[in-house]
Design a protein around this ligand. Structure first.
Ligand code: GLY
Length: 495
């Protein structure tokens, strides 16, 4: 009897503690069963040192965008704002601002972001997505600056113009002769979709969301092999049939380019964040399982998982940092400790064996491979995703971030163009969450239509009034209402 009582008592305490632990915040659970990243402060200090060194090296000229280091000197080779890598330096500066709260990082981030604005109209390849998201997208998310959102919308428009509804994918590159392709779609293109998801979230543009979803579905269908590894490039004919699957940055057509596999993990996890579609989570998990199962002992992949000359080939620290950031987020959606632990193992290995802690190199991380046959070197994207992964680790484990002031106030913008014929657009901001209503009235005070009615989180949003054809020529009033606040503006429609 006494034994039974003891068992009951034990069970009671077991259940009590079990229930208690599921009520606990994530950070407390993590300290019980997940790996710790011991180098968090050291990594931020190293980033502070190397980004400061970089700014000096660039003579504080924001038209220079560091891309990768010279393998001999360790100093940056910079490109113009038009390269695929050019949004990343601004993005790293935004992450430093977020991690430290030091206003100097905001000032530098703003300088480099400002220089990227004019690239929002570039539609010559898919990388408008990375350039604009890295700089203006991150800047917008942190500060809610309206001008940044304007460039995000322009960039999304440029990217969406590359979508073909017959192929159901964005054309990543306009093929050049030696590529021998018709409509190349590359696994990296998953990363560019974040610009469309972000722009769709802050506007009424369902078609941008649909383009991103369709592109990701096509990628899942055609880029993945049965074992979860991915092709770099899939080329389509004009009807959407596959011409060929191959790589130009990895080892060979049937090999697995490591950064591409990292793009797949990160890209599908991010697509799941915005859509909550189970097939995107499934794709992210498949890509992650392949990546993790094929990592070498030090957790940093060779530039291609199936390169026959391993270990006499190059590593790719950038593939590792992209994957570390993606896996950290994948953990938050799956609660699978393996994803968190692998991310931490990668970050620890990068910090202890692949960083410039004891060298004079200007990049934070060393030993990335841009493409097959290239020498190892620092890259701006390896550093960016390293910082992002650290930020995500800190968020997930309940770390305290400095307070960041946003630039939000209750605001209704004058529409543009005004007067307008077929379409006009405007931005509005709300500084608190709540029900928002935007209506269009004629001058007699009759409501013509409701342009938006729904809940909004604090932020700046975009509205495009696309069809003026049903409206008579003349003046109209549009109003923004939230709680007891109201703002209104006049617009002129000309047939
Ligand atoms: N998106 C280009 C690369 O990963 O090299």
């Amino acid at each position: 009897m006494k034994a039974l009582y003891t068992i009951h008592l034990f069970l009671f305490f077991f259940l009590f503690f079990f229930n208690f632990s599921v009520e606990f915040s994530f950070s407390q659970i993590s300290s019980q069963r997940l790996h710790d990243f011991h180098y968090l402060n050291e990594a931020v200090d190293l980033a502070d040192k190397k980004l400061t060194q970089t700014l000096q090296e660039l003579a504080f000229d924001p038209t220079l965008h560091p891309a990768h280091t010279d393998p001999e000197t360790g100093k940056w080779i910079s490109h113009t704002r038009n390269e695929w890598t050019s949004g990343y330096f601004a993005g790293s500066l935004w992450y430093m601002y977020q991690l430290t709260g030091d206003e100097k990082w905001k000032d530098y981030a703003s300088m480099w972001t400002e220089d990227m604005k004019s690239t929002a109209n570039m539609s010559n390849d898919h990388d408008v997505g990375l350039r604009i998201f890295g700089s203006l997208g991150n800047g917008y998310i942190l500060t809610q600056n309206r001008q940044y959102l304007r460039a995000v919308m322009q960039g999304a428009n440029s990217l969406a113009s590359r979508y073909n509804p017959d192929i159901k994918a964005i054309k990543s590159w306009d093929p050049w002769e030696s590529l021998n392709a018709n409509y190349p779609v590359i696994i990296d293109n998953m990363m560019n979709l974040e610009l469309l998801f972000l722009a769709a979230k802050y506007s009424e543009k369902e078609e941008w969301l649909n383009i991103a979803v369709e592109h990701a579905k096509t990628t899942y269908k055609h880029h993945f092999r049965e074992n979860g590894s991915t092709y770099h490039i899939v080329d389509f004919d004009d009807q959407g049939n596959v011409n060929r699957k191959f790589t130009i940055q990895g080892y060979g057509p049937n090999s697995v380019w490591a950064r591409g596999q990292g793009w797949a993990i990160y890209g599908f996890t991010m697509a799941y964040r915005y859509t909550k579609r189970p097939d995107f989570l499934e794709a992210a998990i498949k890509a992650a399982e392949y990546f993790i199962a094929n990592l070498p002992d030090d957790n940093i992949p060779w530039y291609d998982f199936l390169e026959p000359s391993i270990p006499s080939t190059t590593k790719d620290a950038s593939a590792a940092s992209v994957a570390a950031s993606g896996l950290m987020e994948l953990y938050s959606f799956t609660d699978q400790p393996k994803y968190f632990d692998t991310s931490v193992n990668i970050l620890s290995s990068l910090m202890t064996h692949y960083s410039s802690q004891n060298t004079s190199d200007s990049s934070i991380l060393l030993r990335s491979t841009i493409h097959r046959g290239d020498k190892e070197r620092g890259t701006v994207y390896a550093d960016y995703y390293f910082l992002e992964a650290i930020k995500r680790y800190k968020e997930i484990t309940g770390g305290v971030f400095p307070q960041i002031e946003t630039e939000l106030s209750f605001y209704l913008e004058q529409n543009y163009p005004n007067p307008f014929n077929s379409q006009t657009q405007f931005y509005y901001s709300v500084e608190e969450a709540g029900e928002v209503q935007i209506d269009l009235y004629n001058l007699a005070g009759k409501k013509i239509k409701t342009l938006f009615n729904g809940r909004r989180e604090p932020g700046t949003y975009f509205i495009q009034l696309l069809d003026g054809s049903g409206l008579a020529s003349g003046f109209y009033i549009y109003t923004l209402r939230m709680n007891k606040k109201m703002a209104s503006k006049k617009m002129l429609h000309i047939k």
